[in-house]
Design a protein around this ligand. Structure first.
Ligand code: FAD
Length: 301
């Protein structure tokens, strides 16, 4: 059994081996720690439909591992919390960094909605950690490592029955995986105004996608999967464009890892400007189309 296990959520059939870029980022962490510690690492594919049964099976499988790593997606955080419970092991959730100090692994994780960064280490084995998407480089070539698939029969969890699966329609790019995120808040005034953001996303190219603040998804203006913040997705894109978003602490908690934040807001005193690298004070209904037009002109050159 390798000392480090990278847990990969496989949709539906665990044998499909689906690996998203978030898992390749965690694999990069595993490979790096393994080389510094002189350890082996391997992958474990798990079906997360039956999360309770899956956590139990994974805890049994991982008993002799030293470190379990997974992407800090909603499924990843949910599963790893349960596995930590089964193993009575410590869990560093939503890490944004790590380092190896002699033979100790130190994890860096945000606290108080990203206002503080804590470096944590544990004198226990195994230790569990999840890594926030897009905070680590992805492992390029598929490494030749041990792979294990945990298979569960549907009756493994009698409370859950998967009847059918529907692929998400619309943009394929998940908000946690996008390099550029254009996010709309209550200042957008209604779902009928989203085409101006969609147009901006489309000129920004295939690595861009849409997100929103919580009231926007609560109102049903946009799908819940787009909601970022403390109670939504945590993201770390290269560029985050906040449009008509005030910048409440709960919102900023989910976007603080962004490398560059651009805010568009008509209120110069909006808190979003305190965390923004660039700010445009103005009416979004004038600013966004002008920005889209300017980018289109620049790209045409
Ligand atoms: C426990 C808890 C958890 C929460 N979790 C989250 C979370 O995960 N994510 C999240 O987003 N929120 C979360 N919230 C809610 C959060 O506190 C804020 O209420 C919310 O983020 C505000 O959303 P908003 O910025 O879209 O709206 P508002 O605060 O209403 O801001 C709208 C902004 O749009 C600007 N504006 C209006 N019209 C225009 C215009 N024409 N042009 C330019 N600017 C304009 C206004 O100046 C204003 O700054 C949570 C709250 C609680 C209590």
């Amino acid at each position: 059994m390798p000392e480090i296990l990278v847990i990969i959520a496989a949709s539906g059939d665990a044998t499909d081996g689906a690996e998203r870029s978030t898992s390749r980022e965690v694999a990069h962490v595993a490979q790096d720690i393994a080389s510094q510690m002189g350890w082996q690492w391997g992958k474990v594919f798990v079906p997360t439909d039956y999360i309770d049964a899956c956590a139990e099976a994974l805890a049994q499988h991982a008993q002799s591992a030293r470190l379990l790593l997974m992407a800090a997606t909603a499924k990843g955080k949910d599963l790893m919390a349960r596995v930590a419970g089964h193993l009575a092991a410590p869990l560093a959730q939503d890490c944004v960094g790590y380092r190896v100090d002699v033979s100790t692994i130190i994890f860096r994780r945000p606290l108080y909605g990203g206002k503080l960064l804590a470096d944590v280490q544990y004198a226990a084995s195994p230790v569990l950690a999840t890594f926030r998407p897009r905070t680590q480089p992805a492992l390029g070539a598929a490494a030749d490592v041990l792979q294990h698939v945990i298979g569960l029969a549907p009756e493994a969890d009698p409370r859950v029955r998967v009847e059918r699966r529907e692929a998400e329609t619309g943009r394929a790019l998940d908000v946690t995986e996008a390099a550029i995120v254009v996010s709309g808040g209550r200042g957008m005034q209604g779902p009928e105004h989203w085409p101006i953001l969609e147009e901006l996303v489309s000129v920004l190219g295939p690595r861009a996608t849409l997100a929103c603040s919580r009231p926007v998804s609560d109102e049903g203006w946009r799908p819940r999967a787009e909601h970022v913040g403390q109670t939504g997705r945590s993201i770390a894109p290269d560029v985050y464009v906040a449009v008509g978003i005030s910048g409440a602490i709960q919102h900023v908690a989910g976007i603080a890892g962004s490398r560059c934040i651009i805010a568009i807001n008509k209120d110069a005193a909006a808190p979003i400007f305190e965390v923004a690298d660039y700010g445009i004070v103005g009416d979004l209904f004038a600013v966004v189309p002008a920005l889209t037009k300017a980018i289109r002109v620049l790209k045409a050159r």
